[in-house]
Design a protein around this ligand. Sequence first.
Ligand code: IMP
Length: 429
Amino acid sequence: MSQLIILGMQWGDEGKGKIVDLLTDFSDVVIRYQGGANAGHTLVVDGQKIVLHAIPSGILHSNVTCVIANGVVIDPELLIGELDNIESKNISVNSNNLKISYNAHIILPYHKLMDKYREEKASKKIGTTQKGIGPAYEDKAARRGIRFIDFIDKEKFDEMLLRNLEYYNFMFKNYFAKQELEYNKLVNDFDIYREKLKGFACDTVSFLYNETTKKRSMLFEGAQGTLLDIDCGTYPYVTSSNTTSGGAITGSSIGLRKDTSVLGIMKAYTTRVGEGPFPTELNNEIGLKIREEGFEYGSTTGRARRIGWLDMVALKYAIKVNGITSIALTKLDTLSILDEINICTNYIFNGEKTTNFINNNSILENITCEYQTYSGWKVPINNIRSFEDLPLNAKKYIETIETMLETPIDIISVGPDRKETILKNNPFI
Ligand code: IMP
C-alpha cells in the first residue's frame, strides 16, 4: 500500500489532471481534498476532451473509488452539471465510485454573489474565479457554514439557510446596494439538488481509514498550486484553502503515514491567472507565443494566463514547503518553438543576490531576476516516449532542472494526450 500526494508547484494549471489520470492506473482510491469548482482539469482521452472541476479524474477509470473529502467546498448545481456531462459520455457514476464527505462544505448562490460583488467593488482585485470559494471557506471558519450532512437534512438545511440568508441579504442590500435573494427559490432549488446528490453522502473518514487497513493505494489529487496556498502562497493573491501537502492530510482527515510520497507537478515554464506578483513574467512577444502554443487559457474561466520563465527560487520554495519527493514536468513540448529558453536562478533585491523566496509582495514586486539561457531544440517531441530519445538540448534542460532542484523528475509530459508521456520512474513507492 502507498499514498501519493499530487500537487501543483507553481500558481496552478500545471497539468495535474493528466498526471493524476495517468497514475490512477496504480490507485484504488483517488481523493480530492481542497478547493472546489475554481479548479479545472482538461483531460484528453482517446481524442475526447473532458473538463472536470470538482470530481476527481479517477472517475474515468473503472475499479477506482473517488472521494470528495472534507476539505473541498461543493457547489451542488455545478456538481450535478458535471455528473450529467460525465454520464453523457457513458461513464456510470454511483455511490460505489463517488463518495462525498459529510463534512465538505456547500457553496450557495450567496457565496458566488458575494465573491462577484466584492471583486467589482475592490480597488485592489484578487482576480478570483468568482465561484464563491473564498466566501464559502469564510463561512466554514466563521462556523456558520452548511456541510454536506446538513444539506441532506432538509429541515436543518432550511433553518440554516434562513439564518445565513438574513446576513447575506443585509450585506447585499445595505453594503453593495444589490438585490436580495429569495429564500423560497433557494429552498426549492436545493430540494432538487438534494434528491440528486444525497446518495453520494458518506462518512469518508471511516471509509478512508478502512481502505488504509486493506492496504489500498491512495492518490491525493491537489487543486491550484503551492503559490496560491492561503498560508504559503503570495497572500492575499491566493485561493482560500491549503493547496500544499499538509492540506491533503487535514482536507481528507487521514493521518500522516510514513509511506507517503509527494509528487510535485511543474510546467516547463510558469503561468498565473489572476492578480499578484509574478517575478519572471514575460510581457512580450515570447510570452504571447508561448500562450498560443501552449493554449494557456483557463479551463474554468477562459481567462488568458500570464506567462513567464521558469523560476527556480519559487520552485525551491515549493520543494521545501511540500516535502516534494519527485517531480512531473509538463508541457515540455510547448517550448519546442523557442530558439532560447531562460531559467531564473536567483533574485536581486536591494542590490543583493538571493535564492530565498521571501513571501512578501512588496519584495516580490520589487526584485529583478537573473537568468541562465539555454538553447532550444526546435523539433517536435510529442511522439517521443523515452528520455534517451529526446533532443540533446531538451535533455539538458531537464537535467538542469533536476540538478537545480535536487529532486528527480519521474515523469515528462510531451503533449496533452495520456499517451504523450515519458514515464522514467513510477512515483508510487
Ligand atoms: P479563487 O480560488 O476563485 O478565490 O481565486 C483566487 C486566486 O486563485 C485567483 O488568482 C485565481 O485566478 C486563482 N485560482 C483559483 N483556482 C485556480 C486554478 O485552478 N488554477 C489557477 N489559478 C486558480
